[in-house]
Write a new protein. Structure first.
Length: 417
């Protein structure tokens, strides 16, 4: 019996050697199994991708709750392997000069012809890419701040000689604190500032990268680590609009700016920590002032954006005690501007019929107007609006869009404006 088994094994080995097919190994890959991804990229003409992970302080948390970019990019890795793209992976912080690409030109095409062997090799390649992303996510910050445009510029240089598809993926909270798009000294959410930031970046030459023929994906926008200041729903949409505008200014063939949250790291997950032994690099904070504190609108008006969930009960137009206190404070600010006039704009989410939505929006605007009038605001009118409120996604897109539309805006015009 033993002799028969040995003979069969010998015959099988001989057949494999004759066919020249790749054997399927059930055992785990060797420690250096990912080394084959570092071979020459000649002949890899399907396309190339550059993935950069934000390593700045706003994306880090020792207690968990930081964006888990490697996990969030799992689908990106899957698609890159399926497309046989060459991939370069690195990280960035507050300067284009400190963008690091320690894992460049990784070949994802295994070259296997046998389907089973190719599938096994592709799975191994995805595991290798995950390990590379983990290294990038734990890289220590070198300079303070976050320079997303600088990172994009370095990625564009990496792709300059690429034939085939070109893709840049930047995993970041988008909270820039250096360069022309510095958000650390402005009121995030102010509609008038998007055009101003774009003009400043254009004038300073920080939008020189030409991404024609390149897809730019910005993922995780507006989601810093736990313990950092967090944007409101309206401010989150403002960040999406800002980065969409900047992407368009770079002439990208396709812009994908997503504010969907990343998976979060656990307290014990090293992705939420700076690299071991690395010095902590301070990062300027981006503040998110409450929308009801007043923002300057595109035409110079002062705009107070009030969350209807705070002012009213669901489907009701009776103002809560907390809402009355907020409106009393706003009335005092309006009264301090001689000759100012105010328009109260009511909005609702698209849950009922258009007639019901419009009626509720108008009733809420009138209720707010009444409180302002009771506290001395003389020139104030109410308007109800169906449809989407300013700086909100289209209705029925998701819960975030519904929340953004449940609000009342008080637009104050100064005398003579």
């Amino acid at each position: 019996m033993i002799r028969t088994v040995l003979v069969l094994l010998a015959v099988a080995a001989g057949l494999l050697s004759l066919t020249g097919c790749d054997a399927v190994f059930a055992s785990p890959p060797a420690p250096d199994a990912c080394a084959r991804m570092h071979r020459s990229t000649s002949g890899s003409a399907a396309g190339k991708e550059v993935w950069l992970i934000d390593r700045s302080a706003s994306t880090r948390s020792a207690d968990g709750g930081a964006p888990d970019y490697p996990k969030g990019l799992a689908d990106t890795a899957l698609k890159a392997v399926d497309a046989h793209h060459v991939v370069s992976v690195g990280s960035f912080d507050g300067s284009a000069s400190t963008v690091a690409l320690p894992d460049a030109n990784l070949v994802t095409d295994s070259g296997k012809q046998n389907k089973e062997n190719r599938d096994a090799a592709d799975a191994q390649t995805r595991d290798c890419l995950t390990a590379v992303l983990r290294r990038a996510a734990t890289a220590a910050p070198v300079t303070p701040g976050t320079d997303v445009l600088g990172a994009i510029a370095m990625a564009a240089q990496e792709l300059r000689d690429t034939h085939g598809d070109r893709t840049i993926v930047v995993a970041t909270d988008g909270l820039v604190t250096t360069g022309c798009a510095d958000l650390s000294h402005i009121r995030v959410g102010n509609p008038a500032l998007i055009d101003q930031i774009v003009r400043t970046c254009r004038d300073r030459g920080e939008l020189r990268s030409d991404l024609s023929g390149t897809t730019l994906r910005l993922v995780g926008i507006g989601h810093p680590a736990k313990g950092q200041p967090q944007p409101s729903t309206t401010q989150l949409d403002w960040l999406q609009q800002l980065w969409s505008r900047l992407c368009a200014e770079l002439h990208a063939a396709r812009c994908e700016v997503t504010t969907a949250p990343m998976p979060a790291t656990e307290p014990a997950d090293p992705s939420g920590h700076p690299a071991a032994g690395a010095a902590t690099v301070a990062d300027p904070a981006v503040a998110f002032p409450p929308p009801d504190s007043g923002l300057t609108g595109p035409d110079g008006q002062l705009v107070f954006q009030l969350n209807a969930d705070v002012l009213f009960d669901p489907n009701d137009a009776t103002i809560s005690p907390e809402g009355v206190a907020t409106l009393t404070r706003i009335a005092g600010e309006v009264n301090a501007m001689p000759g100012a006039s105010a328009v109260v704009n009511g909005y609702t989410e698209a849950m009922g019929t258009p007639e019901q939505n419009l009626a509720l929006a108008r009733q809420r605007a009138e209720a707010v107007t009444a409180v302002l009038s009771q506290h001395g605001v003389r020139r104030v009118t109410a308007q109800g609006h169906p449809g989407t409120a300013p700086l909100c996604p289209p209705p029925r897109v998701d819960d975030r869009a519904a929340q953004c539309n449940r609000r009342v805006d008080i637009v104050v015009s100064r005398a003579g404006s």
